[in-house]
Design a protein around this ligand. Structure first.
Ligand code: FA5
Length: 338
């Protein structure tokens, strides 16, 4: 009797000092576990005289129940405290003022390319992808520029090996498409082109967007309308454009289109080489010979084609006077056009 009372008192005193779930688990093993003090008391019942056994057994059981209940109560309390502690220590302060990681942006050239692609697709053009490594045939011969033709000098070309070159114009895409798809057709072909050029408005790697429309009864008026619509869309109604007679072997007649200089407004400066104008594209009616080379009857179908300089258009849009800024990847410059 004395022993059980003492064990109960000690157990409850010890419980009052327990602060963590781990300590409580150790305590339960020591007192209520298989070799725990109370369990051992139960096992010792067999040594108690039979007449005292019910009474002593009840006393030991009362101690076991009291200690078990006290443990359960403390377990719930400690568990709740652990959750509350975790909620506080793991909490994220969403209002904290942390430095923000800067987000990238679409390159101004790609912004222009996307805007123009959207514009032309909205006007019924398909987008056609043509190879950057090209044969002499698609880049020149099929476009009515035979071997040794002086017009080859207009585009100082990088040859890889005999008959294989880096395309000097996206016009090669015209031929590749017309060989496969018969009219009526309307396509744009954007992409990189390469020439041995290098000054403030010429780069050895630059970007063009070819346009091609072939159908019955297509005229120069359709070309003018299409290009005026595009120029107004990209530069605004106030920008002046002009059509200049020109020469390309694959179009007849041919024109070049200029826009008024963004830097001097047309007065003349270094950027526009004192002309007041910046050339942005070449265009014309598709030469009969090119249609024939692609198996299209020029008496039945006519077409117009144009080749935009995307880098020039981006320069005008961004107000920059050196084409190198487009590929130097100076983040201070790129950030300005986010
Ligand atoms: C051509 O490349 C013709 N293929 C365009 C064409 C297509 C004419 C369809 C008729 C029919 P050109 O060499 O002028 O033409 O180049 C077209 C545009 O590309 C130029 O107006 C200019 O804006 C741009 N350009 C030419 N060379 C460079 C260069 N080195 N760097 C940046 N832009 C250039």
């Amino acid at each position: 009797m004395e022993n059980t009372e003492k064990i109960k008192e000690e157990a409850l005193n010890k419980l009052a000092t327990i602060k963590t779930e781990r300590e409580l688990a150790d305590f339960k093993t020591a007192v209520l576990g298989r070799s725990g003090t109370i369990t051992m008391l139960m096992k010792g019942l067999k040594d108690v005289p039979p007449e005292d056994r019910p009474r002593v057994g009840k006393e030991i059981n009362d101690v076991r129940v009291a200690v078990t209940e006290a443990c359960d109560g403390l377990e719930k309390k400690l568990h709740r405290q652990a959750i509350e502690h975790a909620l506080i220590s793991d909490a994220i302060d969403v209002t904290i003022d942390k430095p923000v990681r800067s987000v990238g942006a679409v390159h101004p050239l790609n912004q222009v390319r996307k805007r123009l692609t959207d514009y032309f697709v909205g006007n019924g053009y398909i987008v056609y992808d043509s190879p950057e490594i090209e044969t002499d045939y698609y880049n020149f011969q099929a476009l009515n520029i035979p071997l040794d033709h002086p017009a080859r000098d207009m585009q100082d070309t990088f040859f890889i090996e005999d008959g294989i070159l880096l395309r000097s114009q996206t016009s090669s895409g015209q031929v590749r498409l017309m060989e496969k798809v018969k009219p009526p057709l309307k396509m744009i072909c954007p992409g990189r082109v390469f020439r041995n050029d290098d000054d403030s408005t010429h780069s050895p790697v630059f970007h063009q967007m070819e346009g091609l429309v072939v159908d019955k009864n297509v005229t120069l008026c359709d070309l003018k309308g299409a290009l005026e619509g595009f120029a107004k869309f990209i530069f605004g109604d106030q920008t002046k454009i002009r059509f200049r007679p020109s020469y390309f072997p694959f179009t007849e007649p041919s024109v070049e289109v200029d826009v008024s200089c963004f830097k001097c407004g047309g007065k003349g400066c270094r950027v526009c080489k004192n002309t007041g104008w910046i050339e942005i594209l070449g265009a014309g009616m598709v030469n009969r010979k090119v249609l024939e080379n692609c198996g299209i009857d020029p008496d039945e179908y006519q077409g117009f084609a144009f080749g935009l300089g995307l880098d020039r258009i981006t320069m005008i849009q961004c107000g920059i006077d050196d084409i190198k800024m487009l590929w130097e990847n100076d983040v201070r410059f790129l950030r300005m056009f986010r």
